[in-house]
Design a protein around this ligand. Structure first.
Ligand SMILES: [Zn+2]
Ligand SMILES: [Zn+2]
Length: 437
């Protein structure tokens, strides 16, 4: 079933209504915005906000589709906000809308498959006309709901133009150079502080912004690869921004996502859910904050552990944000965060005692980077601008890691792994580094 739904409110709040067309997706031309529906929604809602009307239209249309025995549902909405909130990438904050959001998700769970996508208002003229019909002529709206097909179209096509208001759509803008996402706003932020810092750089064409929807539309997809039993890397193709991968550590007590990437699409959410979801996210440093709040939201607002020393770099705090302090913190049994400092004061690595068949692994982001000769690692204050790390900081990294047992070191790029004798590689590499200074 293809559903095109729309809400209208004349004033915000004001007299509001819900409209939707339910189209048999198997019929020829089902994707045509003017395709004849098998059922419609056209209901006045009293004095409500535009968002309330949008959400109610979705809920009513889904319930109707479920009643009619639909198995798969494709939602097409002209509200990007509602699409992103349905997909779990943006949060719903208002209590009334939270209720409608839950209701929509609960009805969606009755279908074997569903998707939601955004299209411009031009594709939603039918749903929009039905919403307006509900405001202008509730009796005719009632008749339309009872009718179907061409009969319905004849009813709404008499309706006039759309005097309803449309909220401007805020967007969670994403910096195209570092991949970090910012809180919802109508206009992109004026600058990306993470890229303006001397450890990063503003792109040669100046500050550019993108959105999650644009990344998906540009063909970016995530791929998941098992690195070793219990460790899955998640990377984006074609590569985006810095291009690091995230690592999913699977433990009996739950999965930890180490570091983050920007792209989060429904396919990724589904694959990660099959692997047991995410109990916690932990991030090495600000360059990899990426879309952490969207990832957390998609997995039940799971905690996002960031060292408090880097709190000032958090651009888009979500309800899951946990600032931790001190040298180390065990976030799940056998999964310990260690603050090494260096690249950033809060730079962190993750020690997983159960990795490498119980010999332990270290996940480092770029706090410690495995270099081309993978028996060696190195250290940088800035990678893109080639600014080395001060000697004392390199010594501190070695010292804080001394108590930990591990075999392998995984750093930020796929394939950049030191497979054996991680502590020896760290020690030798630090000595070599210091001897060249
Ligand atoms: Zn940036
Ligand atoms: Zn970095």
């Amino acid at each position: 079933m293809l559903i095109r739904a729309d809400g209208a409110a004349r004033g915000n709040p004001g007299p509001a209504s819900a409209g939707a067309v339910l189209i048999d997706a198997d019929q020829p031309g089902a994707n045509d915005p003017a395709a004849p529906p098998v059922a419609v929604i056209a209901q006045p809602l009293g004095i409500r906000t535009n968002n309330y009307a949008e959400w109610t239209a979705v809920v009513l249309a889904l319930e109707r589709a479920a009643e009619m025995g639909a198995v798969e549902v494709e939602l097409v909405l002209d509200s990007k906000l509602v699409v992103e909130q349905l997909m779990g990438r943006w949060r719903v904050k208002e209590p009334t809308l939270i209720r409608l959001h839950r209701q929509a998700l609960s009805t969606l769970s009755r279908f074997t498959r569903w998707t939601a996508r955004h299209e411009g208002r031009a594709s939603n003229v039918a749903a929009d006309a039905l919403a307006n019909l509900a405001l202008d002529d509730p009796a005719a709206a009632g008749r339309a709901e009872a009718a179907s097909g061409r009969e319905v179209q004849a009813l709404w096509s008499k309706g006039g133009s759309d005097p309803g208001t449309t909220d401007p759509e805020p967007e969670a803008w994403i910096c195209a150079t570092c991949g970090v996402q910012y809180p919802l706003s109508l206009e992109p932020p004026v600058a990306c502080p993470i890229c303006e810092d001397d450890r990063q750089y503003v792109g040669w064409d100046g500050q550019r912004w993108t959105t999650m929807a644009q990344l998906v539309a540009a063909g970016h997809r995530n791929h998941l690869t098992e690195e070793e039993p219990g460790l899955v890397s998640i990377g984006t193709e074609p590569t985006f921004a810095i291009g690091q991968r995230a690592l999913l550590v699977r433990t009996p007590a739950g999965n930890v996502l180490w570091d983050c990437i920007t792209l989060l699409d429904p396919a990724t959410v589904a694959r990660v859910r099959e692997l047991g979801g995410i109990a916690a996210i932990a991030i090495s440093h600000p360059h990899f904050y990426d879309a952490m709040t969207s990832w957390s939201a998609a997995f039940g607002d799971c905690p996002v552990f960031i060292h408090a020393a880097d709190a000032e770099w958090v651009q888009y705090p979500g309800p899951g944000l946990r600032l931790w302090e001190g040298d180390s913190k065990e976030i799940l049994p056998g999964v310990t965060l260690i603050n090494t400092g260096g690249h950033f004061p809060g730079s962190t690595v993750l020690h997983w005692a159960g990795g490498a068949g119980g010999r332990g692994v270290l996940l480092t982001g770029d706090s410690i980077t495995v270099v081309q000769d993978r028996h060696w690692v190195s250290f940088m204050y800035s990678f893109p601008n080639l600014i080395p790390l001060a000697d004392a900081q390199v010594r501190r990294i070695v010292e804080v890691l001394r108590p930990f047992r591990y075999e392998r070191i995984y750093s930020l790029w796929e394939g950049r792994v030191t497979s054996t004798d991680g502590p020896g590689a760290l020690q030798r590499s630090a000595e070599r580094y210091l001897s060249h200074r």
